[in-house]
Design a binder for this molecule. Structure first.
Ligand code: SAM
Length: 377
């Protein structure tokens, strides 16, 4: 996609790429954020950018040395690709983790994510910086969204962190909230954490990680039936290798490791907050936790069991392309007698896709909502 901005033409691509050509790297919400930013009179050095999913704003505002808050590995990859595509050097501002402290900045741009908890985390990160700002230069945060994604909860959350929350008028079905007068003593990002008890264990997870109030019901279905029926096929006494694909808070790997003292686990997730949570929940000596959006760091033919409750959303978009790519990569890392076990919503109908990739595919169990599938190379 081409965009003209400040006398220059830029080209942007999405990462991961998609076959759905109606999905673009930039939306009317980004354009509205950009025009609000341009008309703002504040000092723009070190502008904080939140949830800039493909790095488009970071490229367009490159001269202002933005602080790019990086939440997903796929987001970092998208940014890297788009910087290179537009012959822009590495981002001069910092790429920051979501729990890091921001440097002083008078303005932030936030593309509102689907997860309201993630929205709150970004707000708390900005509020923590705003609390120590020069009182004569109070920071302001512009939060852009498509009007169809508006919910009153957005305002409620913003009002927990700031005294001034104003909605702008809708343009091309997008809107911007202008959030200012940040409160002091609001929770910092590392305090935004849930505890979930499941069976004998309690799991910690940061806001924004999948399934905040209980272990996901599909995951529970998988764990209950797979253990009862011994589908994992991992003996307690053997040195087996397991990969938990898209691990979230790490629950599947943690439950599996509990009864298998010799098993070794690799868990990975695209969302940094998921891997930070998994770090709190997994036995450290036998687990390796990777922040990644695929299996490129895992060796060929190395894995007895790959297991997953795979993603089928990309932000607000329902999209199984990421899952299909993860399944394909899983095949590469499986030993010849290894297996991939998947739990998913039945309507996604993964079986026909898996049959194109794997030698054998069977349904181990289903109910009206979920199914458990096994694929072997
Ligand atoms: C349905 S949740 C399952 C989480 C966890 N396994 C559970 O059962 O609670 C799917 C997970 O996929 C992650 N995800 C999305 N795209 C990914 C990718 N390309 N690589 C790795 N993880 C990804 C999401 O962050 C989310 O944690």
């Amino acid at each position: 996609m081409r965009i003209d901005h400040a006398g220059r033409t830029y080209r942007f691509k999405r990462y991961p790429e998609t076959n759905n050509h109606s999905l673009q790297p930039i939306s009317a919400a980004d354009e509205l954020l950009l025009s609000g930013y341009q008309s703002s009179k504040v000092d723009k050095k070190g502008t904080a950018l939140f949830h800039d999913r493909f790095g488009v704003l970071a490229c367009l505002l490159h001269d202002d040395k933005p602080q790019f808050v990086s939440t997903f590995m796929s987001q970092q990859r998208a940014l890297g690709n788009n910087l290179a595509e537009n012959k822009l050097g590495p981002l001069p501002g910092e790429e920051l983790g979501i729990l890091s402290k921001l440097k002083a900045s008078q303005i932030g741009l936030l593309r509102v994510p689907k997860s309201l908890e993630l929205f709150e985390l970004y707000l708390s990160q900005f509020a923590r910086m705003a609390a120590t700002a020069d009182p004569d230069k109070p920071p302001v945060l512009l939060a852009g969204f498509m009007t169809r994604h508006f919910t009153p909860a957005l305002l409620k959350i913003a009002e927990r962190y700031a005294n001034s929350v104003e909605q702008g008028r809708a343009v091309k079905k997008a809107r911007v909230l202008t959030i200012g007068e940040f409160k002091k003593n609001t929770p910092s990002p590392d305090e935004l954490i849930h505890s979930i008890t499941y069976g004998e264990r309690t799991y910690q997870q940061y806001y924004g990680v999948f399934s905040a109030n209980h272990i996901d019901y599909a995951t529970q279905f998988l764990l209950e039936y797979a253990e009862k029926n011994d589908w994992f096929g991992l003996s307690a006494s053997e040195d087996t290798r397991v990969v938990d694909i898209a691990c979230g808070n790490g629950v599947i790997g943690a439950e599996l490791m509990a009864g298998r003292p010799k098993a070794r686990l690799i868990s990975f997730d695209d969302l940094s907050l998921a891997t930070l949570s998994a770090n709190k929940n997994l036995p450290s000596k036998r687990s390796r936790i990777i922040w990644d959006d695929g299996l490129s760091q895992i060796a060929d033919d190395s894995t007895d069991l790959a297991i997953t409750n795979p993603p089928f959303h990309f932000g607000h978009e329902t999209n199984i392309e990421v899952s299909l790519s993860l399944f394909k990569q899983a095949k590469r890392v499986l030993k010849p007698n290894g297996q991939l076990i998947i739990v998913s919503n039945r309507h996604l109908n993964y079986t026909s896709h898996l049959r194109q990739l794997f030698g054998s595919v069977e349904t181990l169990m289903d109910n009206p909502k979920f199914e458990i599938l096994r694929a072997r190379p």
